[in-house]
Design a protein around this ligand. Sequence first.
Ligand SMILES: [Zn+2]
Length: 615
Amino acid sequence: MKKFSSFSLLALCLAFVGSSVNGQSQRWQQSINYQMDVDMDVATNRYTGTQTIAYANHSPDTLRRVFFHLYYNAFQPNSMMDERSRSIADPDRRVGERILNLRPEEIGYMRVKRLHMNGQPVSMEEVGTILEVDLPEPILPNSTVLFESEFEAQVPLQVRRAGRDNAEGIRYSMAQWYPKLANYDEQGWHAHAYIGREFYGTWGNFDVKITLDKAYVLGGTGYLQNAAEIGHGYESAGQTVPETDESTRTWHFYAPRVHDFMWAADPEFTHDTRQMDNGITLHFFYEKNSKTEKNWAALQEYTEKAMAYFSEHYGEYPYRQFSVVQGGDGGMEYPMSTLITGHRTLGSLVGVMVHELAHSWFQGVLGSNESLYPWMDEGFTTFASNRCMAAIFSEEPSDFPQRGAYASYERLVQSGLEEPMATHADHYHTNTAYGVAAYSKGALFLSQMGYIIGEEVRDRAMLQYWDQWKFRHPNANDITRVMEKASGLELDWFKEYWVYTTNTIDYAIASVSEENGKTKILLERKGRMPMPIDLVVTYRDGEQETIYLPLEMMRGGKNSEAGFPEITQVHKWPWTHRSMELQLDRPVAAVRNLSIDPSLRLADVNRENNEWVNE
Ligand SMILES: [Zn+2]
């Protein structure tokens, strides 16, 4: 055990004063500063650590208990993660029965040996992956307390996300590796057990020292503070790194304003860096061999392009570095970094990197509660990364990069497995229902928002979302309000139906007839969910117009959109009315084709009745 280093409580307190509110809203948030010092034994895969936390209670509440996540306890036979993986109808193949079969030296564990608050011992109980703590004295509103602890842990053989010796032979993928204080917000504590998915944390500064065998190369979250001493590609050009006689090295990282900290280590990591014009340094860590060499070299330029793309369209990346690290079991996002498996085709490698990098905006900096609103992270990330891939990678850029998300949502509806998108990420009945709701139906929240309020307004609103909610944990209401303010429209009905129900959309062209030389069209709402309708008319002479039917409850409508036929008629549709009748000034013979939403942005589950062709 290391001794607690001298760490100034005052400095910790001062660092975060005033971060809880700004002029936009009075919502408060807690703040935290971690200082950790860990010692890893690479022979036993066990480590010990000390942790000092300054925790500021900006809430109006007096806190008598706190909760820590002890994630590595999930990797033990009969844990909640193990039980769930074996009983769910469609198990994650990466987990299956692997936890049940872990041997004692392969399980993970995390034990807090000692925990003090302001110098007094607390009363604590380890309950699976959560440490329940009764405090010796309450934490009053607007006060800061100091937690000091000692912990010991064993890195599990990699099963899911974190662990040692993954399928590609990377020694350490160190995510979810320290006792992490659960977040407390206006909805209370979020001490969710580690069962399968998604995280939520309090923003703060992480000061982390990691000591291990000097042969290892480390990368992940944060800025290396002792680069000149460490070398391994971190040192400045031309700098000479002194040799050490010690068998270990201590790596000192600092990460400001993040809600988590990941590191990875391997003795065979190659470390490449790429400097961007805007001052951001991109780091790449991978084991160089025939399966990685070519594609990891090519990946670097795409990472730079993606970073520039997301900064332009979703808000300026607020950190000085991003690390792409070979490790983990697929692709997983962490602040300033990602762990991705490395033996991939270039398309797959770039696609996963782009997805994980996009998370830096939605998971990393907006930081919505991923357990309660997984779709605001995975869905928005999917939406943004589909657009980015179309812009920077595809040889034939698609004009409809969300096509796959619509198809996936429609398959889920057909399967009968759909559950409301408001379901807690761990509590869906099947992995399929979770995955499609979070990734695809979540992407369609933004894609359909473009249909409802107009693409340009939606895109401008995404930058306003960033400005108003970065570092502030937005929820479903917050994103909806941003879209309402940007468009001047009422959009609560869309959120209510799309997020809280499984009602589906189906509109139809019920009939077309002629009266006094004019064309009469009857539109019908067949699905339960109401939506505004773009009806595009194509005449025999090639002319096109859009007849626009906003819902009456939107209290307005969008303008004509660039790239779409101009809106020539507007009819407000009261949602109670199953059908609406329209009229064109020309006879039926002049009409070639009628189409409900030819842009395909409306998630209409039955498109067969959306078209009428004048044979
Ligand atoms: Zn993701």
